[in-house]
Design a protein around this ligand. Structure first.
Ligand code: NDP
Length: 406
């Protein structure tokens, strides 16, 4: 498998910024770093903050920026070649995934992303989501010996590794997996999303898909909730929600039921419901005095930029997997999780915790590809890889994890 020289990061949002800082902190292993996005000034600003925070570990590593339309395969391939990048970290909009994958296959660069591909305007897509696009390229990745790791942020990402770790070491016969994500932080805004509003709000309003007894079941959004007493953030209400990781875990880890749950405040739910009822979450263009306007895009334009939430964000997040089953016949229940504090993330790399928790697993995976442990020369989801080197490395890159036994 081709070794890793230089890294190309695509996307200069909250996640792209955090990824750039974390790559810079590991530039002794990852080589030169190029950050490319649609808006050059955002890339320039991020690089300036890396320099200000003295996060570039290897002073000889080059940290450059480039304007890029990541939906243009030719442009992505040209940039990969120009920078001699052998690893592409896709932290951009999931609408760009397929064009970037194509460029990686063309140039032989390894590919890592954090979210499943979405076509603009798609809604309630048939499961399993990865089968509709990404998995169709498995044969091409294997034939070219190119490594592709899909969905390696936190959720999807670290949680997939958590499930693989529990299955390998703690519970050999899994009955249920409940992945739960709670942000108990406060950004001080009336309403904001923690990552790309267009992606985030659409995924929340879709019908919920969960996996039970070998089939997908569907319920309306926010129609099912539960309370759970989390480590660090305490008792929290979470809502069942459709999410990427179930669409690979259901194929790769045997379990009777798998479900994803996310915490929302009462304020968030009521504002969301009003926006939804008014049609302001729609991805369909409406005519505004002769100009076609997509309400969701307009909303994105007026909501706070997720990256701007970082300064002043307080409180903690806790994300983990509650896994029940039997190990060698003995009933067992574990909650495997990470938690982190928004303020700590800001002090480290100027990010809020959602961007931070996405970037750390992505950069840990990049390092594992560079070291060879995860340079597998094929297209995989995270739980298909050996979780042990990842679990060992994640704290070093910036996120601890723990197991709470019931
Ligand atoms: P943002 O919206 O803040 O950033 C997305 C970035 O992609 C922007 O900088 C944007 O460009 C860039 N972009 C969009 N279209 C293009 C294009 N055609 N060409 C080049 N650049 C483009 O989102 P986040 O940073 O918050 O999230 C990034 C990704 O991370 C999303 O896919 C999200 O789903 C995923 N994510 C995954 C998580 C996980 O745990 N797995 C958690 C959180 C997010 P510009 O600003 O330069 O105009």
């Amino acid at each position: 498998m081709a070794p890793v020289r230089n890294v190309l990061i695509i996307g200069a949002g909250g996640v792209g910024s955090a990824v750039t800082h974390k790559c810079a902190q590991h530039s002794d292993e990852l080589g030169d770093i190029c950050l490319a996005s649609r808006t050059l000034s955002k890339c320039e600003h991020i690089v300036q903050t890396v320099v200000e925070k003295t996060n570039l570990k290897n002073p000889d590593a080059k940290l450059t920026v480039s304007q890029l339309d990541a939906k243009n395969t030719d442009a992505v391939a040209e940039l990969i070649t120009r920078n001699d990048s052998s690893l592409v970290l896709n932290a951009g909009s999931p609408h760009c995934n397929l064009a970037i994958i194509e460029a990686c296959l063309r140039t032989g660069a390894h590919y890592l992303d954090t979210a499943v591909y979405e076509k603009e305007g798609d809604f309630n897509v048939a499961p399993p989501w990865y089968a509709n696009n990404e998995w169709k390229h498995r044969g091409r990745f294997s034939a070219a010996g190119v490594t592709g790791i899909l969905g390696i942020g936190f959720d999807p990402g670290a949680v997939n590794a958590f499930c693989a770790y529990v299955h390998k070491h703690l519970i050999d016969e899994i009955d249920s997996i409940d992945i739960m994500d709670v942000n108990a932080g406060d950004h001080g805004k009336y309403f904001a999303t923690n990552f790309d509003p267009e992606v985030n709000l659409r995924e929340i309003m879709e019908d919920v898909l969960y996996w039970e007894n070998g089939q997908w079941l569907s319920i309306p959004c926010h129609s099912r909730s539960r309370s759970y007493d989390f480590p660090v953030v305490g008792e929290q209400k979470v809502y069942s929600m459709g999410h990427d990781e179930l669409h690979s875990l259901s194929a790769n880890i045997p379990a009777r039921r798998m479900e994803f749950w996310m915490g929302f405040s009462d304020r968030y739910i009521s504002v969301f419901n009003v926006l939804n009822r008014l049609g302001l979450l729609s991805g369909e263009a409406v005519d505004v005095e002769g100009v076609p306007v997509v309400p969701l895009k307009l909303l994105k334009a007026v909501l706070p930029d997720p990256a701007s939430l970082a300064a002043g964000y307080t409180g903690e997040v806790c994300i983990g997997c509650l896994i029940k089953g039997r190990d060698q016949g003995r009933e067992r229940e574990v909650f495997i999780y990470s938690s982190c504090d928004h303020g700590d993330c800001y002090r480290d790399i100027g990010a809020q915790a959602i961007s931070y928790t996405t970037a750390v697993p992505l950069v840990a995976a990049a390092l594992l590809v560079a070291r060879g442990d995860w340079n597998v020369g094929k297209l995989v989801n995270v739980e298909e890889l050996d979780p042990d080197p990842f679990m060992a490395l994640m704290p070093e890159v910036g996120l601890d994890w723990a197991v709470r036994e019931a």
